[in-house]
Ligand binder design. Structure first.
Ligand code: COI
Length: 357
């Protein structure tokens, strides 16, 4: 069990209105920090006033991107005002899988959970009240060795920051337009696609910029080898409903992020009797299905985005309209059930909820 010291802020910030939140624009009064040094382990866990980090410009993270992050949310139960997390154990397992890939030391899962819960407890008044809002939790680790040799760092900083959020997309749960990226790739087999690292997102920015210039919300990434199989949408995993089968790209090749919302969608769908296949899904299969009247539905899933129906898919200039650009019944069912559990509106029969306070 961590013994977390607390440093009081001199003044507290004014909290934003719930309807102005957007995503990731505001940050709370405090953050959690803890250091690591090889031979000593993780030490000095502390909750301190939120503020800038002072780092040497030669820190490994700035040059070789040895870092990782996670994303989860704290929700306020509408009736009781209680605050709860959704499957934090899954984020913490993924954190350690990412750390392994990035040569960052493992963290005791119970310490990470304790740190998250204590910070959220301190910042409980920042968990917004309005429907669809939550407190986004962003743990991250950076390599802080001061040297320019390319080696794993011996020193790290673990931080957790918090941001009250509304919808990730301006469109909310309304369908988004997605464009298939035909030139660049986000991840390759054997690379870091399965890990939650900034480099994956940095590699995706050029496609994202192109997409936005053309009026699309995000990019659908294809595999890095054949440029044929669907990977993910960068900030979301992706599902298609084709001929009564719900399909989502398999995680087997290690180039897709194993999303907690993705896994929860699969469990939820199977519990309701849907056939869900985790398999290779080629972009040709989706185009062909579109020409014969399906896919009936497509949607993205993610912590930030929750469930985001895809209304239009642009494949090499061909605009495929899915489900008349409307929210489909499966997307709606998943959205209602996941958010129902997260905000405590429906019973948590899956035991996904971790109460905080
Ligand atoms: C999340 O859904 O938590 C993510 O990390 C996506 C994101 C990069 C905003």
């Amino acid at each position: 069990m961590l013994s977390i010291r607390f440093e009081q802020a001199k003044s507290l910030k004014a909290k934003p209105e719930d309807d102005k939140l957007g995503f990731g624009k505001y940050f709370t009064d405090y953050m959690f920090m803890m250091n690591y040094t090889a031979g000593k382990g993780w030490y000095d866990p502390r909750i301190v006033p939120y503020g800038p980090l002072v780092l040497d410009p030669a820190c490994v993270v700035f040059h070789y991107a040895q870092e990782m992050f996670e994303g989860l949310k704290a929700y306020r139960v509408e009736k009781t005002g209680q605050i709860q997390l959704f499957r934090p154990d899954k984020n913490i397992e993924r954190l350690n899988r990412t750390n392994k890939r990035m040569c960052i030391p493992q963290m005791p899962p119970e310490d990470v959970l304790q740190a998250i819960k204590e910070l959220v407890r301190v910042e409980r008044d920042w968990v917004p009240h309005s429907v669809g809002t939550s407190l986004y939790i962003r743990p991250f680790i950076i390599a802080t060795d001061v040297h320019l040799g390319v080696h794993p760092s011996k020193n790290y900083l673990f931080c957790i920051i918090l941001s009250p959020v509304g919808s990730y997309y301006a469109a909310g749960i309304n369908p988004v337009k997605i464009i298939v990226e035909s030139e660049y790739v986000r991840a390759v087999r054997g690379g870091t696609g399965f890990a939650k690292v900034g480099g994956n997102y940095a590699a995706s920015l050029i496609g994202q910029e192109k997409a936005e210039e053309l009026g699309y919300a995000q990019v659908l990434w294809l595999d890095g080898i054949e440029h044929k199989y669907i990977d993910e949408v960068g900030a979301m995993n992706v599902f298609f409903v084709i001929n009564q089968e719900v399909v989502t790209p398999t995680l087997e090749k290690g180039n897709i992020l194993p999303g907690v919302t993705r896994a929860s969608c699969i469990d939820m769908l199977r519990s309701k009797g849907y056939t869900v296949s985790e398999r290779k899904v080629s972009i040709d299969e989706v185009v062909e299905a579109a020409h014969t009247g399906t896919p009936n539905e497509a949607f993205g899933s993610g912590t930030a985005a929750v469930i985001s129906p895809i209304g239009e898919l642009n494949v090499n200039g061909e605009k495929i309209i899915i489900n008349k650009n409307e929210i489909g019944p499966i997307s709606q069912m998943l959205y209602d059930n996941l958010t129902g559990i997260q905000w405590g509106r429906i019973p948590d029969t899956f035991h996904w909820i971790e109460p905080v306070c």
